[in-house]
Design a protein around this ligand. Structure first.
Ligand SMILES: [Mg+2]
Length: 398
């Protein structure tokens, strides 16, 4: 069947039926995650306008709902936030704690959910399709949320619907500290009154284009002729039309099959020179850290692989605080190699892999203690982009 042969409304109906039939997706998102962790570690912050970020310089990495009432939002310059709310309490981030709590929540979800994706350090999609034969998905999801809150002490919200986009929008409507189900078939009605910027991916530019057409709500998008949306927004206009009707196709990527970034090299002759091997490890790590930053991702797990001339192959992996900085990852890579390597034995193949990748969605690169470092890596990466990736190397990878 070629869907294109039908008129647009029928096309949507068919796609809707094919794509969303029987799918049940939950989206979980920890509420103002960084701030919630800070409050757990210092309960006197509770109920106050709290900002994670530098007081004197830098930007707001996260802020409490009390701070948001003053118009403060993440990525705002700290100086502006101070003007809006002079009594705001600034705390510098504790990345190790955020990594620890993120893993704790991940473990709780992993123990219960048959299929889930970790979309960022504080965000998860669960595919519960088929589960309705055994449980009531809403009841099950409420119980999971209660378990996360009672075990970790962190507030978390969820949305439950027929695809990832709908579930995420539902979560945003449920926040803070709530949950919301949009039943199958009610997607379009639920979206209709919401402002256009509730659709993920609608930013300043799209808003401007839509406003020029007099479009402010999602209902108005759904009622605008597709040809007009395509004329103004190209292919994105088609996506937007589908999204305004609650249609979105995207699979939940299983956590353990999530992408990793790796590099390895088989040497022409087995190598025993440890100075050379360490230089190689640095070179590999710099290469994949660069890729990580280009993808705006963080890694939480490092693996080193060694193969000996007799083809014996060993690997060892270590979990770390989420990062994408060469200088934090290189020492770990070297340390893993040192533990793993059989002393004196020549090495035939060497590899480094970064996994447990999460999107840098929570401005992890805005951490104040990393601000200078981030600037440095930004400059390094810009030079690499412009002049080729091999030009700039750490001195030791020489
Ligand atoms: Mg969150």
């Amino acid at each position: 069947m070629d869907v294109q042969n039908f008129d647009l409304n029928t096309q949507h109906l068919i796609l809707n039926t094919i794509l969303t039939k029987q799918r049940i997706i939950a989206h979980f998102d920890l509420d103002s995650f960084f701030v919630s962790v800070e409050i757990l570690n210092n309960p006197s912050l509770k109920g106050k306008p709290v900002i994670v970020g530098g007081r004197e310089r830098g930007v707001v990495a996260a802020c409490s709902y009390e701070a948001r009432k003053f118009g403060i939002h993440s990525a705002m310059p700290s100086s502006k936030a101070r003007q809006l709310c002079p009594q705001a309490i600034f705390v510098s981030g504790t990345r190790g704690e955020y990594s620890r709590y993120s893993r704790w929540v991940t473990d709780i979800i992993a123990a219960k959910a048959p299929l889930f994706e970790k979309a960022s350090i504080d965000e998860f999609y669960l595919d519960l399709t088929g589960m309705d034969k055994f449980f009531k998905p809403l009841k099950w999801t409420i119980e999971l949320r209660n378990e996360i809150m009672h075990t970790t002490g962190l507030p978390i919200s969820f949305g439950l619907s027929s695809n990832k986009m709908m579930a995420k929008i539902a979560t945003n409507q449920a926040k803070p500290n709530g949950f919301l189900q949009v039943p199958f078939g009610k997607e379009k009605d639920f979206l209709a009154p919401l402002p256009v910027e509730e659709i993920p991916g609608v930013g300043g530019h799209t808003q401007e284009v839509l406003a020029y057409l007099g479009i402010k709500t999602i209902r108005q998008i759904s009622e605008t002729p597709l040809a007009l949306l395509e004329e103004r927004l190209g292919k994105w206009g088609t996506d937007l039309k589908n999204k305004s009707l609650g249609i979105h196709v995207s699979e939940v990527t299983p956590f353990h099959e999530a992408k990793s970034i790796s590099t390895e090299n088989t040497f022409d002759k087995p190598v025993t020179d440890l100075v050379f091997i360490n230089k190689e490890l640095v070179k590999f790590t710099e290469k994949i850290c660069y890729e990580l930053r280009q993808d705006s991702k963080l890694t939480g797990c490092i693996t080193v692989k060694i193969r000996y001339p007799d083809f014996e192959t060993t690997t060892k992996q270590v979990s770390i605080d989420y990062t994408n900085a060469d200088d934090e990852i290189i020492p770990v890579v070297k340390a893993i190699f040192k533990q793993l390597h059989k002393k004196g034995k020549p090495v035939r193949l060497l590899g480094v892999r970064l996994s447990d990748l999460t999107n840098d969605a929570v401005q992890a690169n805005l951490f104040i203690d990393n601000e200078k470092k981030n600037e440095l890596y930004k400059t390094i990466d810009e030079v690499k982009n412009r002049f080729g990736k091999t030009l700039l190397k750490r001195a030791s990878s020489g």
